[in-house]
Design a protein around this ligand. Structure first.
Ligand SMILES: [Ca+2]
Ligand SMILES: [Ca+2]
Ligand SMILES: [Ca+2]
Length: 293
């Protein structure tokens, strides 16, 4: 960097005073290391994923995801809907090659740097439950998936403590008095789905009439099987099939979003309303399952 600056200065001064030009050029030749004032830029590294609020619902707006190195902000992105199903942020972070003490820009990261994520939402700055597991910086050009939840998890059960407190405050089981009483594998409201599954599906784990299920199935006029379910805004839904339940092998299944629509296997993002998936019917045994994340 400084070599380039030196040459520029040299050209200017050289035109006016040839002796000055010679001096600057000599300096460059004799002390090349002294011109390395900063590292050099490398291809950006991207941290991407889905940021969720303390209830486990994906943010759709009014939130900004920020990547920190220590207290230095490296990148930020305001959330404006989803970038793709299950992804609502992609932080593009400058990458420095580490050849000099100084980074080429203040917010650049280097290989091996430890980083953390925070979320600014309408209630202020939040740390995320996953900060202990956010991968360190790898190599230039990498894409690193990191899903984050703006919440605390003091009891380490991967359920936001704030979410657990809602169940306690609901009072269905008065003996449940603190977050350590709430377990992901338990079924607080007795609707047949565990607390952890309900949290991940975005349903209310304290209401036994709210859970994730297919409400209705019917053969359509186009010879497909129609499946109706209530979606949660921002959650990603997919359909899978198995021809051997005993082996537990599941494969993404082609489906469409209308009876005559184009078939796809990519997930579809919920909008909080009723959804219908349409599946071509085949003449062999197939079990289907609807997934949510
Ligand atoms: Ca917890
Ligand atoms: Ca339940
Ligand atoms: Ca429930």
């Amino acid at each position: 960097m400084k070599a380039a600056i030196g040459k520029e200065h040299g050209v200017v001064f050289g035109l006016l005073h040839s002796s000055t030009f010679i001096f600057l050029l000599s300096s460059f030749i004799l002390h090349p290391s002294s011109f390395s004032l900063a590292g050099l830029p490398q291809p950006l590294i991207v941290y991407y994923g889905q940021a969720k609020d303390w209830f486990g619902w994906p943010y759709t707006d009014n939130a900004t995801v920020i990547l920190l190195r220590g207290t230095n902000e490296c990148a930020r992105q305001p959330i404006k809907g989803s970038l793709s199903p299950g992804v609502n942020f992609a932080l593009q972070v400058p990458f420095d090659d580490g050849r000099d003490t100084n980074r080429y820009v203040r917010n650049a990261v280097r290989a091996g740097d430890a980083v953390s994520v925070v979320v600014d939402d309408c209630d202020g700055r939040k740390t995320v439950m996953e900060n202990g597991t956010v991968p360190a910086v790898t190599t230039p050009g990498d894409m690193i998936l990191v899903n984050v939840t703006a919440a605390t998890d003091a009891d380490g059960d991967r359920l936001p403590d704030e979410w657990e407190q809602v169940l306690i405050d609901w009072g269905l089981h008065p003996n449940y008095t603190n977050i350590w009483d709430i377990n992901a594998g338990d079924d607080y409201d007795g609707d047949g789905q565990s607390n952890g599954d309900e949290y991940r599906a975005g349903t209310f784990a304290f209401l036994d009439y709210d859970y994730f299920f297919v409400e209705h199935m019917e053969r359509t006029g186009n010879g497909r099987l129609g499946l109706d379910f209530l979606s949660v805004l921002g959650k990603a839904y997919n359909l899978q099939y198995s021809t051997n339940l005993y082996a537990g092998i599941w494969t993404d299944c082609e489906y469409s979003l209308s009876d005559t629509g184009a078939l796809q296997t990519a997930p579809t993002e919920g909008d909080g309303a009723w959804f219908s998936f349409f599946v071509p019917i085949v003449n062999t045994f197939r079990a289907f399952r609807l997934t949510v994340r």
